[in-house]
Structures are given as structure tokens and as C-alpha cells.
Design a binder for this molecule. Structure first.
Ligand SMILES: NC(=O)c1ccc[n+]([C@@H]2O[C@H](COP(=O)([O-])OP(=O)(O)OC[C@H]3O[C@@H](n4cnc5c(N)ncnc54)[C@H](OP(=O)(O)O)[C@@H]3O)[C@@H](O)[C@H]2O)c1
Length: 289
């Protein structure tokens, strides 16, 4: 089975290459090799490779910067998936597209189910929702897998930002009234491979995240503790909880964006693993290059 992974230089893309099963011939393309916002380039690249499956891990993920450059976010997150869906429809490939908890508005108090109505608050969230719709509405009718609060060793993410700040400062202030589910990119990558190999006909929307929920503050406290326990952090910094209003950012975030991933865990016959266990595993395992 030939699988094309777009965005192969990102956190998830690297983990997909790292965890690719032996039965799969995987070809990862980085942003510099293929910009999925360019229709012709995307159609040519897909036709040339002729993959059985495309996993789209490419995205514009700078949530705050997107407010200032909506066209760039739209090209990557809305048009990119549309181009991949067109290519998949023409070549008969299956398209698996990764999306985000930020398509939700955050006013709910229970985890969001795949069928709950999206209500994105930001340019990023709106661009990702548009991408989902292109994938679902195309003749190839792809599979959309939404995930949340993704991190990996070596990526641009909250874990590495916290480790850096905690190494530099005596006190780190972190928002304590926004809740989500931290998700280790390696677990997500393995789940995607299980969906590729074990569920070839699955279409529609699924949710995947690690189990449990946390505020950014809870996550930061866990990063400090696990970071010190594993030798990745030497200093002790105080982690102070603050409200969203005390840390204004350009893009509004959902207050609550925990995803209900129960259907996916059931499909994969996977026991849900708590996010804190996954965080500990991440600190213990080697980085994906
Ligand atoms: N990170 C999170 O917390 C999070 C949360 C929920 C959902 N997700 C979703 O999970 C997926 C994977 O995200 P990630 O965390 O792996 O993000 P990431 O580390 O930012 O990786 C995204 C990759 O896509 C590339 N890219 C950007 N624009 C592109 C374009 N037009 N054409 C081709 N490649 C392009 C980026 O390259 P450059 O760096 O060179 O631009 C980067 O290598 C995305 O769909 C994202 O929306 C992420």
C-alpha cells in the first residue's frame, strides 16, 4: 500500500513517518517540496505518485498569526484539502484529513461529539472547518479526524514553550479557564495508521485525543513535574494560574474544546490512555526525526 503524507516536516507528519507500519510504502512530502495551497502542483504530485491513501498532516497552525494573514491560512487549511480531495477523487485514492477542536465554539460543558455543530471563533478555526467540508463533500468522500492540543518532542508546541520558559523564569503564568485534551502526536499517528489499515471504508468525521481533560494550567503543572522527573527540566519555576482576560491574544479560543473520542477508541479496540500517561511516555521515548 502506497501512502502519501503531506506536511511531513510537522509534528504529526514526522510521527507518521516514524511509526509507519512495515506493510506500508510511505512517502512524506514537506512544505518546501509541496505547497498544498497550489492546485496544479498538488494535482501533479498526487498523480505522479499514485498513492492508495493520502494523509494530510499539512496545515497552517499559527492560530494567532492567522488573524493577520487569513489568506495564507485559508490557502493551506481550506484550499489545500480541496486540492487534495480533487486529486484523490481523480486518482481513486483515499483521503484522511486531520482537523481540530478549534472548529468548536466552546460553550458546551460536555465533550464535543463528531456530529455537534461547529462554531469556530477564529480565522484558524474557520479555515480548518472549510477544509473539512471540502474533504467531506468531494466525490472521494474522505475521512476527517479532529484532534486537540497536539504535542511531540521537537515540535512547536505548548510543551516545548513551557520547558523553555520554565528554564528561563522563576514564575510562569498560565491560563486556567480553558479546557481541552492534550494529545501526544505519536499516539495520534498510530491511531491514524490503524484507521488506514484496519478501516479502509470508513468515511465522515471522527475525533481522536488522549483521555481526560485539562486546563492549560493543569497541563503546565504536569509538564513541570514530568519534565523534572525525566531530567528534561532542571529548575523549579512557580506555575501560577491566571484567567484568559489576563493573557489577551489576537485569536479567541474556545473555553472548552474536549473532544468525545469514544467512537474512535471503540473502532480501534483501543483502551483510552490518560493524557498525563502519554506525556510521561513522550519524555521517555526518543524524538521522531
Ligand atoms: N498543533 C496542535 O495543537 C493541533 C491541535 C489540533 C489539531 N491540529 C491539527 O493537526 C494537524 C497536524 O498539526 P501539527 O501539530 O503537526 O502542525 P505543525 O507542526 O505546524 O505541522 C504542520 C506542517 O504543515 C506544513 N504546512 C503549512 N502550510 C502548508 C502548505 N500550504 N502546504 C504544505 N505544507 C504546509 C508546515 O510547514 P511550515 O512549518 O514550513 O509552514 C508544517 O510542517 C493539522 O491539521 C492541525 O490543524 C493541531
Amino acid at each position: 500500500m502506497k501512502v502519501l503524507v503531506t506536511g511531513a516536516g510537522g509534528q504529526l507528519g514526522r510521527e507518521l513517518i516514524h511509526t509507519a507500519p512495515p506493510a506500508v510504502e510511505v512517502r512524506g512530502v514537506r512544505h518546501a517540496e509541496l505547497d498544498i495551497g497550489r492546485r496544479e502542483d498538488t494535482l501533479v504530485a498526487v498523480c505522479r505518485m499514485g498513492p492508495d491513501v493520502i494523509i494530510n498532516a499539512a496545515a497552517y497552525t499559527a492560530v494567532d498569526r492567522a488573524e493577520d494573514e487569513p489568506e495564507v491560512a485559508h490557502a493551506a487549511n481550506a484550499l489545500g484539502p480541496a486540492h487534495l480531495a480533487e486529486a484523490a477523487s481523480e486518482t481513486g485514492a483515499r483521503l484522511i484529513h486531520v482537523s481540530t477542536d478549534f472548529v468548536f465554539g466552546g460553550s458546551q460543558c460536555r465533550p464535543y461529539r463528531p456530529e455537534d455543530a461547529p462554531e469556530p471563533l477564529s480565522v484558524y478555526g474557520r479555515s480548518k472547518l472549510a477544509g473539512e467540508r471540502h474533504v467531506l463533500d468531494a466525490p472521494c468522500a474522505g475521512l476527517v479526524v479532529r484532534t486537540s492540543w497536539v504535542y511531540a518532542r521537537g515540535g512547536r508546541n505548548f510543551v516545548n514553550t513551557m520547558l523553555r520558559l520554565m528554564a528561563e523564569r522563576d514564575e510562569v503564568r498560565v491560563v486556567a479557564d480553558q479546557f481541552g485534551a492534550p494529545t501526544w502526536a505519536r499516539g495520534l499517528a498510530r491511531a491514524l495508521w490503524s484507521l488506514v489499515l484496519g478501516h479502509p471504508d470508513l468515511r465522515g468525521v471522527l475525533h481522536y485525543c488522549d483521555a481526560g481533560s485539562a486546563s492549560w494550567y493543569d497541563f503546565a503543572v504536569a509538564i513541570a513535574e514530568e519534565g523534572r522527573a525525566s531530567g528534561h527540566l532542571e529548575r523549579h519555576a512557580v506555575v501560577r494560574p491566571i484567567p484568559t482576560e489576563a493573557y489577551p491574544l489576537p485569536a479567541p479560543r474556545p473555553r472548552f474544546s474536549v473532544l468525545d473520542a469514544s467512537r474512535t477508541w471503540q473502532l480501534l479496540a483501543e483502551q483510552p490512555v490518560h493524557w498525563r500517561v502519554r506525556l510521561r511516555q513522550m519524555f521517555q521515548e526518543p524524538e521522531a526525526r
